[in-house]
Write a protein of this length. Sequence first.
Length: 140
Amino acid sequence: MQATITVESVNGPAGLDDLRRWLGGQPGLRGRIRRQSDGGPAPGAMGAAGDVVQAVLEPGGVAAAFAGAVVAWVRTRRGSQTVTVTRPDGTRFTLTTTQVKGLDARQAADLAQRLAATLEGGGDGTPPPPDGPPRTRSRT
């Protein structure tokens, strides 16, 4: 399965490059992470072409390693960062720095497990704020 990762950052495209390098440096993810253009805006629409990171994942260990690395990366960021991971079926899981900064290690691990479950076809999609109820999954 290929997951698509986007980053909205106060640092612009540098956030996506940082995440790509971070993920590519993880032992279980080497060779599974690449950057590509998302094709840009639809014909006739205004806007710039965007870049995304593609992750080639398998159930189990690879998806869990990926999820843990994404949560860890978001926790280390300064400023406002939003990371969205999208499955091929359109299911999205979104993390923001404001959601994860206050999490303890157990809560961060739980969040990573939920992301891994979503990538493997389970889970509820978008995570709740640290103290809020679960949100439903979104599809596009």
